[in-house]
Write a protein that binds this ligand. Structure first.
Ligand SMILES: *Cc1c(COP(=O)(O)O)cnc(C)c1O
Length: 229
């Protein structure tokens, strides 16, 4: 299957699933996860009309960003080390994986130097999975209050990666918990925009479930680009 065909199939499925649960399809943004695929794969998706991509590794993303020259929107979805925050501040449009005040503060400082601000999501380890990064659900409110004070960061929502399993239905309770957490924090006015709080959840095998549970951003790699080596 070509990237073009795969993208069309995913847009179709987003439409079908969103409409079947009473949501507007355009509330769901597709981030095409291009990690470990060459920039030619991004170019192919771009030629098919897709402009939003997700990357996990700073050095790889830096090279791709230079080649793309600003024509795409880039989300960082990997684990961000503080010593890479300076590069991240320069090359990304959205960072989805902020999980500590220290990291947020470092990023904010680099953004200040660059004279820009950044949209971020807080990564929540909703399944309390030891193998995953992210803040604990109980910490989220306090961190959101602290990080919300940093002038160059705009906290637009929450992101999660539930524990991995083969059955997409296993992810549903975690997606639901993230939605409930976001709703309760939005009720306290803690996000940059209360009328639109982003929920980044769902990948190739479970994005249909995530849409049913309220995802506004889905991160899909394999179903677009194929199996990573
Ligand atoms: C790789 C990755 C994805 C995409 O996973 P697929 O199963 O290839 O769709 C989504 N989110 C994160 C955080 C990832 O690291």
């Amino acid at each position: 299957m070509s990237i073009d065909t795969n993208l069309k199939a995913i847009y179709d499925k987003i439409n079908t699933v969103a409409l079947s649960c009473g949501r507007e399809p355009d509330e769901v943004q597709l981030v095409a996860v291009s990690k470990r695929f060459p920039v030619t794969a991004i170019e192919e998706a771009y030629a098919a009309g897709h402009t939003v991509f997700g990357e996990n590794y700073i050095q790889e993303a830096e090279e791709k960003a230079a080649q793309l020259g600003g024509k795409c929107t880039l989300h960082f979805i990997g684990h961000l080390q503080r010593n890479k925050a300076k590069i991240a501040a320069r090359i990304f449009d959205v960072i989805e994986t902020i999980d500590s005040f220290k990291l947020a503060n470092t990023l904010n400082r680099h953004l200040e130097d660059l004279g820009r601000s950044m949209k971020i999501l807080l990564q929540v380890n909703i399944g309390e999975d030891e193998k995953k990064s992210g803040m604990a659900a109980q910490q989220t409110e306090q961190l959101l209050r602290e990080i919300g004070q940093l002038p160059h960061l705009e906290v637009i929502g929450l992101m999660t990666m539930p524990p991995f399993t083969d059955d997409p239905e296993d992810a549903r309770p975690y997606f639901r918990q993230l939605k409930q957490l976001a709703d309760s924090l939005a009720g306290k006015g803690l996000f940059a925009n209360e009328r639109r709080v982003e929920l980044s959840m769902g990948m190739s095998n479970d994005y249909h479930v995530a849409i049913e549970e309220g995802a506004t951003i889905i991160r899909v790699g394999t179903a677009i680009f194929g199996q990573r080596k």
